[in-house]
Design a binder for this molecule. Structure first.
Ligand SMILES: Nc1ncnc2c1ncn2[C@@H]1O[C@H](COP(=O)(O)OP(=O)(O)O)[C@@H](O)[C@H]1O
Ligand SMILES: Cc1cn([C@H]2C[C@H](O)[C@@H](COP(=O)(O)O)O2)c(=O)[nH]c1=O
Length: 216
């Protein structure tokens, strides 16, 4: 049975890498896919991974009907065996409905990759619709880590190394940016709630939550 699968995780946990691997393994067996993306850091019409791999993709811009796009390809004699969508959090909810239609009416697997929540821990509209419609939601096996060593579950937006909580939901960017720039850092929930990035944790006074080291 074809499926709509949502691979979700924090930033920097390997989603784009997995998207490229799924595409590679299928094309190695002669299958042909459509790869959609939206606002990848590498530029329009690109799907890129921090491991250095990049491939061409179709930019799923705001008003684009993803179902009609695939139908158009097939009706012009093209072959489509599966669909990959990266940065799926940026899709409009109706575009996620169109992906579900690709699965149900065209009987194709759709693999969508994206972060679930924004820097304020709120669902992106595209991710919310994926959670509502997906046949399966998969958490990535490679866990990104908070500076404290716990599994990172949330995305912080940073400026000058410190967490900001105001601003537009969508600001394309990356982790490990120079401190002066707007960037992102993945944190565990505890440190996201306390707005403790690695820079502020190391700059500030010892947190009362940190147990004192007792030397004998
Ligand atoms: N130099 C490196 N060596 C090994 N792995 C790396 C390196 N740089 C990045 N990675 C891996 O790539 C992951 C990020 O992959 P990417 O597909 O770009 O993430 P996402 O799409 O989830 O933001 C990191 O979690 C890390 O595991
Ligand atoms: C948390 C958060 C992220 N973004 C942007 C930043 C990046 O361009 C992408 C995530 O890409 P990745 O491949 O998963 O690293 O989303 C945003 O616009 N708003 C946010 O709140």
């Amino acid at each position: 049975m074809p499926e709509l699968v949502f691979f979700s995780g924090t930033m920097d946990c390997g989603k784009s890498t997995l998207a490229l691997q799924i595409g590679h393994n299928r094309s190695a067996r002669g299958l042909q896919g459509v790869i959609f993306t939206r606002d990848d850091r590498a530029g329009e019409g690109k799907l890129s991974s921090r491991l250095g791999l990049v491939t061409d993709a179709v930019e799923a811009s705001g008003g684009m009907n993803l179902y009609q796009y695939v139908v158009g390809l097939v009706s012009r004699g093209g072959r489509v065996d599966y669909v990959i969508v990266d940065e799926a959090q940026f899709l409009a909810p109706e575009q996620v409905d169109q992906l579900a239609r690709v699965v149900d009416d065209l009987e194709l697997d759709v693999f969508a990759f994206g972060i679930t929540t924004d820097f304020r821990t709120r669902l992106f509209p595209g991710s919310q619709r994926l959670v509502e419609l997906a046949d399966r939601i998969e958490a990535l096996q490679v866990e990104a880590l908070c500076w404290c060593g716990a599994r990172a579950t949330h995305n912080a937006r940073t400026l000058g190394g410190h967490m900001v909580v105001e601003g537009a939901q969508v600001v394309v960017g990356d982790v490990n940016r120079p401190e002066a720039e707007v960037g992102y850092e993945v944190l565990c929930r505890r440190h996201h709630q306390r707005r403790m990035t690695s820079a502020s944790a190391h700059a500030g006074p010892l947190s009362p939550d940190v147990l004192p080291v007792i030397r004998s």
